[in-house]
Write a protein that binds this ligand. Sequence first.
Ligand code: NAP
Length: 244
Amino acid sequence: MTKTILITGASRGIGAATALLAAEAGYAVGVNYRNQQAAAEQIVDTIRQRGGQAIAIRADISSEQEVKSMFETLDQAFGTLTALVNNAGILGALSPFSDISAERIQHTFQVNVLGSMLCAQEAVRRMSTRHGGAGGAIVNVSSGAAKSGSPFEYVDYAASKGAIDTFTMGLAKEVAQEGIRVNAVRPGFIDTDIHAPGRLDRVVASVPMGRAGQPEEVAQAILWLLSDQSSYTSGSFIDILGGR
Ligand code: NAP
């Protein structure tokens, strides 16, 4: 049976690296994106050129309707869902908390928290043995910010990732007897477009390894958490922080 995976925000960064690695591991890959269609299509082309299966699916994960239709598109393309990576996430500009607008806080939570929950709901409905599914695995992409709180930078984002950590623990327990494992990774400073220009160069001094991480170094941990090699691991977190 083909393993099928949906990776949200897979057009760039950590999601794109995870999509390429998942295809290598034999998954048929749903490459979700919000705006950057060309980048998503390029990931799909690369996977196909390497002999794998993939489709690009546009959906804003903060829209319940778009999430539903994304999962239906994937059902039709590849059949039973085996794995979900809740990777898509957004980060506002660096700002002290007192200057962050209500609109920004709301948008951050709508994408990072509501979006991940909506996707997890659709995945559980398909994977759960209670609903006739064959089980599966979910990995949420949290952040080291969930533990540091990111003062003076983006407390709203950090709080949204704290919510993801609590969600991971609760959902893992709820579906543990339904054949579904739920885990999370907490990356630190990873070299992607999410950072304002020049920021990574400034912050790496605080990383014991003295460098930013690469998206592939996060993708490897995600793939392990999805694989049968982690069959007794659920409700767990892998910190990928360069030693912090
Ligand atoms: P990135 O390079 O900025 O890529 C973000 C991805 O999310 C893109 O594919 C983007 O799609 C997609 N996206 C954004 N909003 C979306 C929405 N509403 N619906 C669907 N897709 C959406 O980000 P990244 O650095 O790889 O981050 C990936 C995840 O890792 C995020 O959850 C982030 O919080 C987390 N993380 C990153 C770091 C880091 O240092 N990079 C550290 C800790 C945690 P488009 O290309 O179409 O815009």
